[in-house]
Write a protein that binds this ligand. Sequence first.
Ligand code: NAI
Length: 327
Amino acid sequence: GGNGVGERSTPSPAIRRAAVIGSGVMGAGIAAQLANAGIRVLLLDVPPASLTEQEARSGATLQDRAVRNRLAAASLAKLAKQEPPALYEASFIHRIAAGNLEDDLGRLGEAEWIVEAVVERLDVKRSVFARVESVLRPGTLVSSNTSGLSVAAMTEGRGEAFRKQFAVTHFFNPPRHMKLVELVPGPDTAAGTLSRLAAICEQQLGKGVVLAKDTPNFIANRIGTYGMLTTIEAMRAFGLGVDEVDALTGPAMGRPKTATFRMLDLVGLDTLLHVLDNVRERSEDPSERDAFARPPVLEALVANGWIGEKAGSGFYRKIKRPGGRSD
Ligand code: NAI
């Protein structure tokens, strides 16, 4: 019963090849999940607009494959170092190939499922989908990992075939631990697209799938983000420190130490700001729009480049001060 599509997902042929676009926190994690389930993955990112100092010194050019695949390749290298070998088959990384959205666009034709996990901006996602559509084959599934952008808005301007083959598959962070996937159809998503995506997530990836409506932030994030905002406000009102809040809302309550601010650092504070902005833009409820205002502390951290673990610092700093405190 309930919202779960679990009981309804009938066995369907397993997919063997997928592509993930965007190799950040989520894209890399999703690629690892797929590869660990035996699926070959093409992991694409945008080619860089300039050389790093080191590349320039070593005589590399922007045309070099290694340079153009820099982001996806770096994500792969990081994953290979981080993923606990006990949880993963040692060979999983070899099922992932790094590439970039310009040179390797045509290779998307080989994928049975294309997962988009680029930055949470409607304009960027739209332009990625326009490119995907230009090489899309009949029957290829396309999904977005958006935290809460509308399916209708993301697929505006795309043809009927694309819109039928498209839905949101919202994975949670970190994908290897989080069991939930929200599946969100748009107005034109075909029933077969939904049932095939549900079958892959449940049967091949071992996830629990929940069907959500195309509302701002869907279900879990709407509640979760609101909870985070009230915690930030409580911290300010009560003059608490970041580590005090984490201790009080985490282990002291029988929850993991990633309960609050460590979790936000893991999510990425820039991504969180995008999520807040999206809700404010989409919500028709004035009190919800007020509740999702940008907290000044978040704006200040992001303005300094302290966007969380992916940058080394966020609410927590990587470099400890002499006193040993790390907040
Ligand atoms: P991230 O900041 O770690 O990575 C973003 C990726 O987008 C990078 O690979 C970047 O190179 C790429 N990108 C940036 N500009 C681009 C452009 N113009 N064209 C193509 N690619 C571009 O972000 P993260 O956290 O991996 O988020 C990706 C998606 O997943 C977003 O839609 C986000 O809302 C969603 N999401 C994030 C979660 C989190 O906890 N961080 C959880 C669930 C969903």
